[in-house]
Design a protein around this ligand. Structure first.
Ligand code: FES
Ligand SMILES: [Fe+2]
Length: 408
């Protein structure tokens, strides 16, 4: 029997081998990979349960007791800042009989399960258990909310369902070749947030995010007008197989406003970057955490799949902290400039959202077949190959960017 996990069902080794050829000779992924529930399950198990996922910004839970809840790839979680000021992530599942203990967002001193009143501290420990005195061999300390590995990276809250995962910084260590720290994301604050429930497979959206081929067609009046397709550079000389990719729009000084003009204080260190790294980096840490950096702002993308053909897209616009504070205070000049950024983002997002749903509708055809890549789709190819090696071919498992750890 062939070694490909999925080959007995939907996808053959030959189809995956065709994808593994050099990009300009390769075929795209088999179309079943974009809708099959079985393939999606393999991706959840082998990718989403082992790689770092971003759930938002530390500023989303600024004070002790601030919390938010979400379903992260089917798992209910609570993100909370505990009494010591640490951001923690718990499974939102009561250890009594499994009820969710919190809903929505808010501020809490404790979490009390609505079903039978078990009470948990912000750090997850079980504190109160009504009428359990007679229950034998029961110790509260054995029943905390299940902790989920979490850490902060440049102000982002990163989560990993694999308790043994290496730190996120290791997953993206080579990405630092691009000097991303010079964009000072840890000092930026989110001024605008958007959320969409999109009817397409998560990979469709990642591919769209990291290829510039569609720019003249999908964004003729937005991206193409300011950062045209021909100015984007990929870096195929980098080692392959890492769980992230980056391309750079070589337009020094460009920003996310509708004219491309930077209207807020420019981060000075960005001028120290080598010329080929200056401009607008668009990067994606797989499976679904992407950022577009500009000299005075950043735009982050969080992709949270909810099924084989659906995902929640959470997007945030970040500006320098002082600008964000002036905006919050209603400074009229800053507000007018912020709106130029905030107007531009949903305009080009709507263009991507529409075309990726159209693509999904086509991929869903039982008669759809594998396509091809051009020179502007090198990162879509390397991303697809990473998915194949990580989720579809057990022999190719390679967690956390080639440091030799295998999935257990
Ligand atoms: S399920 Fe939570 S207290 Fe019973
Ligand atoms: Fe796009």
């Amino acid at each position: 029997m062939s070694p490909t996990m999925l080959s007995t069902h939907l996808v053959s080794d030959e189809q995956l081998d065709a994808q593994a050829r050099p990009p300009l000779e390769a075929a795209t992924l088999p179309t079943e990979c974009y809708w099959s529930p079985e393939i999606y399950r393999a991706e959840v198990e082998r990718i989403f349960h082992h790689y770092w996922l971003c759930v938002g910004r530390a500023e989303d839970v600024p004070q002790p007791g601030d919390y938010l809840t979400m379903d992260l790839v089917g798992e209910p979680i609570i993100v909370v800042r505990d009494g010591d000021g640490e951001v923690r992530v718990h499974l939102n599942v009561c250890r009594h009989r499994g009820c969710k203990v919190a809903e929505g967002n808010g501020k809490a001193k404790t979490f009390r399960c609505p079903y039978h009143g078990w009470m948990y501290g912000l750090n997850g420990e079980l504190r109160g258990v009504p009428d359990f005195k007679e229950t034998r061999n029961f110790k509260k300390r054995d029943y905390p909310l299940a902790p989920i590995k979490a850490e902060l990276w440049d102000g982002f809250i990163m989560v990993n369902f694999d308790a043994d995962a290496a730190p996120f910084a290791e997953q993206v260590s080579n990405m630092q070749l691009f000097g991303l720290e010079k964009y000072r994301m840890s000092e930026q604050l989110t001024t605008h947030r958007w959320e969409w429930d999109l009817g397409c497979n998560w990979k469709v959206y990642v591919e769209n995010y990291i290829e510039e081929y569609h720019v003249p067609w999908v964004h003729p009046e937005t991206f193409q007008a300011v950062t045209p397709m021909k100015g984007w550079r990929e870096f195929p000389e980098l080692p392959q197989g890492q769980p992230w990719d980056v391309m750079i729009g070589q337009f020094p000084g460009v920003s996310l406003s509708d004219t491309g003009e930077a209207m807020f204080p420019v981060t000075p260190e960005t001028a120290e970057l080598p010329p080929e790294h200056q401009g607008m980096p668009i990067w994606m840490s797989y499976p679904g955490f992407g950022v577009i950096n500009a000299v005075d702002s950043s735009l982050y993308y969080l992709l949270h799949p909810t099924g084989p053909e659906r995902f929640t897209l959470r997007v945030g616009l970040m500006l320098p902290a002082e600008t964000a504070r002036a905006y919050a205070d209603g400074d009229p000049e800053v507000t007018a400039a912020c709106e130029q950024y905030a107007r531009n983002v949903p305009t080009f997002m709507a263009e991507d959202n529409q075309v990726t749903e159209l693509q999904q509708a086509g991929l869903r055809s039982r008669f759809a077949t594998q396509g091809r890549y051009c020179k502007h789709e090198g990162l879509a190819w390397s991303f697809n190959k990473w998915v194949v090696d990580t989720a579809y071919r057990p022999s190719g498992l390679n967690v956390n960017g080639g440091n030799g750890r295998a999935l257990r």
